[in-house]
Design a protein. Structure first.
Length: 90
């Protein structure tokens, strides 16, 4: 494993300690998750199953957001989302 990593010449870029704002895109995803979670959950205590269901529903919501339009037609509402890559369909 170490030899194959050395051959491909990986370059690691770490985020400095105590500076999560360096996270960029993934930090925006965490912010979106927290936003939806706080709106739905509030201050309720959840069981493991309820919490798992809540996270799955928020994940589905975030994965259905449009990335790019599939057509240049203004009346065509079809779009490409990250969910297309995960499940192969809308």
């Amino acid at each position: 494993m170490r030899n194959s990593a050395a051959k491909t010449q990986f370059q690691w870029h770490f985020i400095p300690p105590n500076s999560p704002h360096f996270g960029g895109l993934w930090e925006a995803g965490v912010k979106s998750l927290k936003y939806h979670w706080k709106r739905i959950d509030g201050k309720m205590l959840l069981t493991f199953e309820e919490f798992s269901t809540l996270l799955t529903q928020v994940e589905a919501c975030l994965n259905s957001r449009p990335l790019i339009a599939l057509s240049n037609e203004p009346n065509d509402p079809s779009y490409l989302s990250s969910g297309h890559f995960l499940i192969g369909a809308r």
